[in-house]
Design a protein around this ligand. Sequence first.
Ligand SMILES: *Cc1c(COP(=O)(O)O)cnc(C)c1O
Length: 352
Amino acid sequence: MFDLNNLLRENIKKLIPYSSARDEFKGEARIFLDANENSFGSPLTKWYNRYPDPLQKKLRQKLGEIKGVPRDNIFLGNGSDECIDILLRAFCEPAKDNIIICPPTYGMYEVSANINDVHVKKVPLTSSFQLDLTGIEEAVDDHTKMIFLCSPNNPTGNSLNKDDVEIILNNYFGLVVIDEAYINFSRFRSFTQELNEYPNICVLQTLSKAWGLAALRVGIAFASEAIVQIMNKIKPPYNINQASQELTLEALEEVGQVNEMIREIIKQREELIRQLSELSIVQTIHPSDANFLLVKVNDARGIYNSLLEKGIVVRDRSKVELCEGCLRITIGTPKENNDLVKELTDFARQIH
Ligand SMILES: *Cc1c(COP(=O)(O)O)cnc(C)c1O
């Protein structure tokens, strides 16, 4: 059975969290002399002399309304990268516990685990970039605290089979982290609507991709109230700064505009697939539920360098296992995509 208390590290169970001035005082006051802020103001016109809300209540409320998830099931991190780090620190005993990842996948799970001295067990995806369920079952041991799944997956672009993910959720009693950074570009539904079915689920999303707010650093973890409380207990007190909270709230009013951009990006993705498939240097364009394409080409390094000379930078994934010979290309604006295709066409011509 899943038992959160068994998963949690002893030191975190016992932890008395930092209590900030703004934690200890809640309510209305006229004069704030509790936090050693600068009472005279700031060089900026806004009230940036005051510490932000440590629990980001307005922002979580608004996000909850948009996502259809109660506020108490939402944790905010300084990017989802911070959520990943906090999960590792909450549940994994350094030099003792381990996690499972399924490469090729997002690099931060492994780096973050390495930083925390948490052992990483790798169960590669199958050749069709799906989960190797038998491999995962064999890899799980008594110290496996978490399995990281990424769907749609970076850098392959595909979604994981929902049935496979559900088999893991139903049979593994550690935490299943489902990274949905690219969910807005996908045909498939998010797992955020299934928090009540699975006590062991933690869904990660971010405002860095579809929402176009990478610079603000807002990542989201959706999980049980108990998990959210643990994460809030160990996060740095003011991890989402005031400017990010304000600007994000402003951006969240524009759901329509964002949905329009998402539609346009998906349209451009299909258009780019069409154009790339006509090039002789392109061998395979992997199906994508994301805002990028994984493309197998003749001479990935040569093409990468040639594009770079023209001022176009893509991601060279050609040395990554199962991505041999592949470039990862983010969908750009129509003009950017046309420039890319033009340079690739020139390159193809030169080598013939
Ligand atoms: C980009 C990306 C993230 C990082 O999101 P931030 O919120 O910007 O930290 C997380 N997971 C995956 C799979 C990504 O591709």
